[in-house]
Design a protein. Structure first.
Length: 151
């Protein structure tokens, strides 16, 4: 998936299609491909994150892209399952329930993370996301960070 392809089709995707693409790209694409799905002024919040090494709020695609680059290669995602998407009264908002499975690169330790994300999409790009994951499960992958990410 290239940036040009993503940009050309972004405005034709519905919010639900964008969330479906996000979940597929999590496993099948690169971190750069994932960043391409977010608007330039995106805000991503992770209210339950408890690691001091990973920020609870990310503002802007450039910051998100840099953070994704910083963790690239530390862990990989093998599959996403248990997906349930909920349309809401707001046509731009989709609630996604899912579980992502992967491995820590250095140790090959498997992990599984459950999420509920509240995602707002405009013009085919994610403009905001509130990601609610189990902080105990997240500790597994956050322990692989060699240094804290900028907050």
């Amino acid at each position: 998936m290239s940036t040009a392809t993503t940009a050309a089709t972004a405005t034709t995707r519905t919010p639900r299609e964008t969330v479906e693409l996000l979940l597929r790209t999590t496993v099948e694409g690169s971190r750069s491909d994932l960043a391409d799905l977010y608007a330039p002024d995106v805000v991503v919040e992770m209210p339950f994150i408890r690691s001091s090494g990973f920020p609870a709020r990310t503002e802007g695609n450039a910051t998100m892209r840099a953070r994704m680059k910083a963790v690239e290669g530390l862990w990989s995602f093998d599959s996403v399952d248990g997906v349930t998407l909920h349309d809401t009264a707001d046509p731009e908002v989709v609630i996604a329930e899912f579980r992502v499975h992967g491995r820590i690169a250095a140790t090959q330790q498997p992990f599984s993370l459950g999420y509920i994300n509240v995602i707002r999409v405009a013009d085919g790009l994610i403009v905001s996301s509130r990601d609610y994951g189990n902080p105990l499960e997240a500790d597994t992958i956050l322990s692989a960070l060699p240094q804290p990410l900028d907050s």
